[in-house]
Design a binder for this molecule. Structure first.
Ligand code: PHE
Length: 465
């Protein structure tokens, strides 16, 4: 069979917007604020930014290098002739993509429903807690999950230039403008200052824990960063930058050969962190201004879907409240859509490369698989939570660990590929050191911590001893 020419991005900006679109998603507007609230406000933000530099950005560079040099989807990129065959890792990526999309689209479905209900004014007249309880699972959730997957599939069907690139060029600027607009509105609310101070002042007690070691009968106590916080920040770094499941490998495979990969990593990470921080600046003032801070800790998963509509229902003019609520959930929907597109693109491009399928049937098959995979999460909130922990944290960290080993130690010509188009050669050696030593060790520690924590949780569910 003759080789079909690989699709390409139309412009440099197109690639950047698509990668930013993948990175910016529910992770920024939904997961980041609730983790921040759970782990002591700014303490979490500081650790998270530190992790981003230490492990997140080096892995993004590694994914870009692998994708651009192979010009293939992850499974084939990891089994190039003359290299070690690590196609198993590629299959793990596809599985992780399906796993994430399976619950991601359920939450995005809620956002779709909330934006429609805000528009028609219904959301403001009901008790948000009861409403959320009614629609978060069951037939309602299934229906909106289906609709969201159908929209995502529609964009992926259009291809790299006409589908993905065209969509992100409109959606990303719109998203940024809307979040800034809401942030400005929140700034003028009465209790905004309390929200900012919770968000921006590190709570040192939440940041550190005192550990006690028993050594030869002597017990030594020392303070160290809280392990729970470290684990959450590490998982969030991978989730929010879309790392560890091949999305960035796939997007980089549509790049021409001579772009500066380091610069691209910096730009994408900068936007991603910027939008997460900005979402915090919008959400915390809203929550504190309307006295809803106790709700954050109660149900992390549901915070946005309960506290935010409640806040907007207290706005004096109901039309204005409805409109603001619509804008908020529409932002969530847009952000989720451009990320879901990248998740489905990994599945689609793998089917195209592996089974020699054309784009349309591959995207349709991938979309259908996602429809089915999402059914359990649409029926049970408990399942959704576990899927988020396993696919959205553990499998990403695991994928990132093996990827760092592959690109850092096994792949040939890694540094050559990186230096193509690179402006600032000074960064090559530090990157190489990070990806070979620091990233694998840090990820191994995070994985161990995760397995330990998860076993404890499982133990509790099973009723302990
Ligand atoms: N980065 C996305 C977000 O923050 C989620 C995602 C994870 C997308 C992994 C693609 C791959 O919502």
């Amino acid at each position: 069979m003759s080789e079909v020419r690989r699709e390409r991005w139309n412009t440099r900006l197109g690639f950047i917007l698509a990668a930013v679109g993948s990175a910016v998603g529910l992770g920024n507007i939904w997961r980041f604020p609730y983790l921040t609230a759970e782990y002591g406000g700014a303490a979490f933000v500081v650790v998270y930014i530190f992790m981003l530099f230490l492990i997140g950005m080096p892995v993004m560079v590694a994914e870009f290098i692998l994708g651009r040099s192979a010009k293939k989807s992850p499974v084939q990129a990891l089994s190039q002739p003359g290299e070690n065959n690590w196609s198993g890792l590629g299959y793990l990526f596809v599985l992780t993509g399906l796993g994430i999309l399976s619950y991601y689209s359920v939450i995005a479905g809620w956002a779709l429903r909330y934006s429609l209900e805000s528009l028609r004014g219904y959301l403001l007249n009901v008790s948000p807690g009861d409403y959320f309880a009614e629609i978060h699972s069951g037939f309602d959730a299934l229906l909106y999950h289906f609709v969201f997957i159908a929209i995502t599939t529609g964009i992926v069907l259009g291809g790299v230039k006409k589908g993905i690139e065209r969509a992100v060029k409109i959606l990303i600027p719109l998203l940024v403008a809307l979040i800034i607009g809401l942030g400005i509105w929140a700034f003028f609310q009465a209790g905004a200052y309390e929200g900012y101070s919770f968000y921006l002042q590190p709570d040192l007690e939440a940041m550190f824990e005192t550990y006690t070691l028993n050594l030869f009968g002597m017990s030594v106590s020392f303070p160290f960063l809280a392990l729970g916080l470290l684990g959450a920040a590490g998982g969030q770094t991978f989730f929010t930058l879309s790392l560890g499941m091949g999305a960035m490998i796939t997007y980089a495979s549509y790049l021409p050969g001579n772009d500066d990969l380091m610069k691209k990593t910096i730009i994408v990470s900068f936007y991603d962190v910027g939008i997460a921080l900005l979402s915090g600046l919008m959400i915390f003032p809203i929550i504190f201004s309307f006295g809803l801070e106790s709700e954050i800790a109660e149900s992390p998963l549901g915070t946005l879907f309960m506290a935010i509509p409640e806040a907007f229902s207290q706005v004096e003019n109901p039309y204005w409240g409805g409109f603001l609520s619509f804008v908020f959930f529409f932002c969530l929907l847009l952000a989720a859509l451009t990320s879901a597109v990248s998740l489905l693109e990994v599945v689609t491009s793998s089917l195209m490369d592996e089974l020699n399928m054309k784009r349309q049937p591959a995207a349709a098959a991938g979309g259908f698989a996602c429809l089915l995979a999402g059914v359990p999460a649409a029926l049970s909130l408990g399942w959704l939570d576990v899927a988020d922990q396993i696919a959205g944290s553990f499998l990403l960290l695991l994928g990132g660990f093996f990827l760092a080993i592959y690109v850092g130690w096994l792949m040939k010509g890694t540094l050559d590929e990186l230096t193509h188009g690179l402006e600032w050669n000074l960064v090559v050696a530090p990157w190489h050191f990070l990806i070979r030593y620091i990233v694998p060790v840090a990820l191994l520690a995070l994985l161990t911590n995760f397995v330990w924590d998860f076993s404890l949780q499982l133990w509790e569910w099973l009723g302990g001893l």
